[in-house]
Design a protein around this ligand. Structure first.
Ligand code: BG6
Length: 499
């Protein structure tokens, strides 16, 4: 399907006074506007508290100034923002919103196109979708799309209920489920690296790859999200979505075309081939951790159990490491190791593809074997690719020494999340759902994760807290690889910058 490059739409943001709107959505919309990527548009901010349009516009302006780069056209940009004080359970509130939407549609000539962006507490997602239909907001002459933030349910059952509710008002191809990792530049690069290079794809299988490691570590703790996180933990917060999405992109077969449907169906096949880990096997394949106190940047930080809104005896994991097996022809026998956690040593997301050892090491020395080849994909904070090879050590003799070939993506300052939102917002406006998660992916990843959470929720982990803040997680995460004869490639020594 051809996508409009300069979309026109009325964008309704539910949760417009929240953190996500303030930090990511307003600055991203402004960037699109400043780049001339939006044609005719208007935004309605929807939230509970009462604000005038002017007060709301001022907030938007402040958000862009603080989190983006506001230029002279900022006043013109914010003049297209309107505010509606809303009660999510009250039909009359939706009817008033519908009236405002119609007026703006006529005033700005928006062709009856509507985006409903739900950037708020997930417990209201279903109710809102049902009201949008019932109170006639989805009855439009143009397109209607629902953009929905995570978490999409808490487990498979609740995700099914939610999906059913939103499907009353939107068809699957009108639903854009956000996984902001899919908007990251280097996550999007995985497919290009794999499918646009003759030298990788032939090696991308169990004959040449020994294991793949995906690490996403964070330095922040749970911050003010204790209430949510207590019920979520790292497994639901990071593994069910971001980590499994990266694995699916690494493992998928080449799609026959780069269309949304073809790419999604190849990803779905990876999820279907994921070996279910159940019952007693959970502890062989997965490790959970919870941070204790420790020192970060020379500052003492509290243990998870001492954080706000956290049970002092909490059994919630803030770290997960796991071994995934994809039981298909390409990947049989190749472990995909994943690990993610809060309060770790560094903020870093990296993928390491470790190739198998050469059949015979001509350069063997008792004290030193030749290093395996590695392809490292740096997702954040730096963005790039490093290929670890072996070359001759300069000078006399034939000793081999490791060398690195580097590609550093243009210097992007800091982390690339705002840019991810900008891309995803633009995609939703253009009608390109490729980098959003299809229901089948969501359902399969929940059923994989549910098996693990079921075991963990029913057995209290006596060793918690089992890793110090500022470390790389519990020892058991290292043992997970050691028992297969591998180790985690250190995420700091393979930085692009250090090469
Ligand atoms: C979110 C999680 O989805 O991703 C957060 O809810 C986590 O707990 C965040 O901190 C990490 O995203 P990023 O882009 O900073 O790696």
């Amino acid at each position: 399907m051809a996508h409009t490059e300069k979309p026109t739409a009325l964008i309704m943001i539910f949760g417009a006074t929240g953190d996500l709107a303030n930090r990511k959505l307003f600055p991203s919309l402004y960037n699109l506007y400043a780049k001339g990527k939006l044609d005719k548009f208007a935004v309605v901010g929807v939230a509970r508290r009462s604000l005038t349009n002017e007060e709301f516009q001022l907030r938007v302006k402040e958000s862009v100034t603080e989190h983006g780069e506001a230029e002279a056209n900022i006043d013109e940009f914010v003049s297209k923002f309107y505010y509606h004080s809303h009660d999510v359970t009250d039909s009359s509130s939706y009817i008033a919103l519908g009236k405002l939407a119609e007026d703006l549609d006529g005033h700005y000539g928006l062709d009856g196109n509507r985006i409903f962006y739900l950037a708020m507490a997930p417990e209201f997602f279903g109710t809102i979708a049902e009201h949008l239909k019932k109170d006639n907001l989805t009855n439009v002459s143009g397109f209607k799309r629902l953009v929905i933030e995570k978490p999409f349910g808490h487990d498979l059952e609740s995700a099914k209920v939610l999906n059913k509710q939103i499907r009353t008002a939107f068809s699957e191809d009108e639903i854009y489920r956000i996984d902001h990792y899919l908007g990251k530049e280097m996550v999007q690069n995985i497919e290009v690296i794999r499918f646009a290079n003759a030298m990788f794809e032939p090696l991308w299988n169990n004959r040449y790859i020994s294991n793949i490691q995906v690490t996403s570590s964070e330095t922040l703790g749970v911050e003010e999200r204790g209430r949510y996180y207590e019920k979520s933990g790292a497994l639901r917060d990071m593994v069910q979505n971001h980590m499994l999405q990266m694995v699916s992109l690494l493992a998928m077969e080449p799609p026959i075309k780069l269309t949304t449907d073809e790419i999604r169906s190849e990803k779905v096949r990876v999820f279907r081939a994921l070996r279910p880990i159940t019952g007693e096997a959970v502890n062989d394949y997965f490790v959970r951790g919870q941070y204790g106190k420790g020192s970060m940047n020379e500052k003492v930080v509290p243990a998870y159990r001492q954080e706000e809104m956290v049970d002092p005896d909490s059994n919630t994991e803030t770290f997960v490491a796991g071994k995934l097996m994809i039981d298909n022809f390409r990947w049989a026998g190749v472990p995909f190791y994943i690990r993610t956690g809060k309060r770790m040593k560094a903020k870093s997301t990296k993928i390491v593809i470790q190739f198998k050892d050469i059949p015979m090491d001509l350069y063997y020395k008792p004290e030193k074997t030749v290093n395996p080849n590695l392809l490292v994909i740096h997702i954040q904070p730096e963005e790039g690719i490093t290929l670890h090879l072996n070359a001759k050590k300069s000078g006399q003799g034939t000793d081999a020494t490791p060398v690195k070939l580097n590609y550093a993506n243009k210097g992007i300052d800091g982390l690339n999340t705002p840019e991810a939102y900008e891309k995803l917002l633009y995609d939703s406006l253009r009608g390109d759902a490729t980098n959003f998660t299809h229901w089948d992916e969501v359902a399969l990843s929940w059923s994989f994760v549910d098996n693990i959470s079921e075991v963990w929720e029913n057995t209290k982990e006596p060793s918690f807290p089992n890793y110090e803040s500022g470390s790389m997680g519990p020892d058991a995460a290292d043992k997970l690889l050691e028992k297969d004869g591998f180790f985690w490639w250190p995420i700091t020594e393979i930085d692009v910058e250090n090469c």
